[in-house]
Ligand binder design. Sequence first.
Ligand code: GLN
Length: 251
Amino acid sequence: MCRHLAYLGPPVPLSRLLFDPPHGLAHQSWAPRDMRGGGTINADGFGLGWFPPVLSERLPVVYRSARPLWSDPALPGLAAATSSGAVLAAVRSATVGMPVTESAAAPFHDGPWLFSHNGRITGWPDSVVDVAAGLPVRDLITLDAPTDSALLWALVRARLRAGATLGDALSSVVTSVAAAAPGSRLNLLLTDGQSIAAVVYGHALSVLASEGSVLVASEPVDDDPGWRAVPSLSLLVADPSAVHISEGAFA
Ligand code: GLN
């Protein structure tokens, strides 16, 4: 299963999330510790989304690739030279039958929103035809990729556009997809650069909150004793000053 993380706080070089920690996202791409639900490594693409601290528009920059994260020779230098206080990054292990293309790698994005999914929809695609039918046709014919994650993003984005909060958008999508496709793994991660929302549904998530920053990750990136495991079936909503965990939100 894919690995993802999101950070909010004082600007840090992207390398502080990817390459510098002993179990940063680069290490998780080839040596993940917890790949329950399928896959062994996350070699089917990666993506970074970050809000540049110097731009007044506050829209994120996104860099996605279909290659393994470790195989991009420009990335270590780029990550060391690029700082941000709001980041979402992911490495992908493609579900069997799904294409390996740049546009299938997270983060999926639109406006201020960055989104990632770790897991799979059981019975794809038939199980969620009715759920997808609720989307505007335009959204369906412009999906990023013919994958479960891209559909989940379209469902989340439709709710955000309608005015839902980050947490409500994720909750609503998980509730409807889980009902249509029981047994799905729906670990979702979303940020707008101000706050983070995440769902733990079928896989692990940990959070590290310290003075004025918060880091949420599929696997802790280091052995800091402050890491907390987020209980299964929870909704997490966090910003640099507070972490709220709704336990049993999807029980
Ligand atoms: N099913 C998604 C994809 O193929 C996510 C895969 C995963 O979490 N490993 O992109």
